[in-house]
Design a binder for this molecule. Structure first.
Ligand code: GLV
Ligand code: MN
Ligand code: MN
Length: 426
């Protein structure tokens, strides 16, 4: 464990407070979305912290901020350490951000120890994990993974600005998006530390945990069509889209719960949205997650049958558009092992293994390299809320564990410059 001067847990928490001030919302509320003024401002500030930690920095073709510390020679494959700097509306100050700032501090420790590694270290501060602005999650990490889809350029934000236009306004060139993609042979692996966003570590009185896998999520926009009409219309003549949507939303919860999946309806709009008019149309979102893609997809079929039944009974019609799909991602046995070793180095000899119900950049990066994740306890499991909270003691442990995990990857990696080593790891 490093005893050299480096950014402390207390300083990392101060940095989280400072980044929380870069927000498009008033009254201390946090919202920082992709390709916004605040995105540019935090990239500039965090780049400065990366350089202080000894890294060379650049912004990639998708607006992700990258910092690199070379290994014992220039141009070696890199172990990526990352998380995101964007937020949901009315966010907490640690989701994603703590992982980025901790990774920078760990690189700083290793740099100041003078130890040369058989691979480079790179910190990636992903620009859009949450999908708040364009409704598509993981845009930053999907650009890095080379899984960008051209149809995304036409996505629009709530003001009708297309993703393509937002790139141009930010000074990025859409035609260069492929430059952000990394090749598997350039990578040693990817490690991410993140707040848990669940109560299980707290329940077990543990500061840290090792992630086994990350839920695969599918998101849909569901529209129910009825007929608007005067609120004096008798019940038997109504075709009330909101009453149908309400039945459907409660049924979704029941169905998903009994299958031990997680379903969330977090957005709903009603037309024409007047107190004395029967709702003629309702649009709502569905975020459906599970440990196994096949079970999640089976339950989506059950939900579709339920929607058809409810709509038939109420003389309504429904349709859906899928807005996001990410397969469940497993952490590799090797990187689960190094995260567990890291946690053991902090004194917890029985690291707790957790399945992540939240989505993370790691799931996109899993397409091109092996991934490992560490969770940090967050108070009450509260996240995506201003009350998100972590303790300084836990952050200090997380730094020690993450540093030890990176060094465990070193121990586990053949040295590409050592002639007796087997083939380099790609
Ligand atoms: C992101 O935090 C998600 O899980 O949707
Ligand atoms: Mn989040
Ligand atoms: Mn996150």
């Amino acid at each position: 464990m490093s005893v050299l001067a480096s950014t402390s847990a207390a300083e990392i928490l101060e940095r989280c407070d400072r980044l929380a001030t870069f927000s498009s919302l008033p009254d201390g509320l946090i919202q920082r979305v992709y390709l916004s003024k605040e995105h540019r401002e935090v990239n500039d500030l965090v780049a400065e912290w990366m350089r202080q930690a000894g890294m060379r920095t650049w912004q990639d073709a998708a607006g992700n901020l990258c910092g690199r510390l070379e290994g014992r020679e220039q141009g070696l494959p890199a172990l990526l350490l990352g998380s995101h700097l964007d937020t949901v509306p009315s966010a907490g100050r640690y989701d994603g951000i703590l992982g980025v700032l901790s990774a920078i501090a760990v690189v700083e420790r290793i740099h100041s120890s003078g130890r040369e590694l058989p691979f480079a270290l790179e910190v990636v501060a992903f620009a859009d994990e949450e999908g708040t602005r364009f409704g598509r999650a993981l845009l930053g990490s999907r650009a890095l993974a080379g899984t960008w889809e051209d149809e995304w350029w036409a996505l629009e934000d709530e003001h009708g600005v297309s993703l393509r236009q937002a790139y141009l306004d930010f000074g990025l060139d859409p035609s260069r998006i492929g430059d952000a993609a990394r090749r598997p042979e350039e990578l040693v692996g990817y490690l991410e530390s993140h707040i848990e966003q669940g109560p299980y570590l707290e329940d077990e009185n543990k500061a840290l945990g090792v992630v086994s896998s990350i839920a695969g999520a599918r998101r849909f926009l569901i529209t129910i069509h009825g007929r608007a009409g005067h609120s004096g219309t008798p019940y038997e003549r109504r075709r009330d889209a909101l009453a149908g949507a309400s039945d459907a939303i409660l049924a979704i919860e029941r169905i998903a719960r009994s299958a031990q999946l997680i379903a969330t309806v977090g957005h709903l709009e009603v037309w024409p949205d007047a107190v004395n008019v029967i709702p003629g149309r309702v649009e709502f979102s569905l975020d459906l997650r599970g440990e196994y893609d096949s079970e999640r997809d089976r339950i989506w079929n059950v939900i579709q049958d339920m929607l058809s039944d409810i709509c038939r009974q109420r003389r309504l019609r429904w349709e859906s558009v899928q807005t996001h799909s990410a397969p469940a991602a497993s952490c590799s046995p090797r990187l689960k092992g190094v995260i567990s070793d890291g946690i053991r180095a902090t004194g917890d000899q029985r690291p707790m293994s957790l399945f992540s119900k939240a989505g993370h950049d790691a799931m996109a990066v899993a397409e091109i390299t092996e991934i490992g994740m560490m969770f940090i306890r967050c108070e009450g499991g509260v996240s995506h809320h201003p009350d998100e909270h972590v303790t300084e003691d836990d952050v200090a442990k997380a730094l020690d564990a993450f540093e030890a995990a990176v060094l465990a990857v070193v121990d586990d990696t053949p040295d590409p410059l050592d002639p007796v080593s087997p083939t380099p790891v790609g």
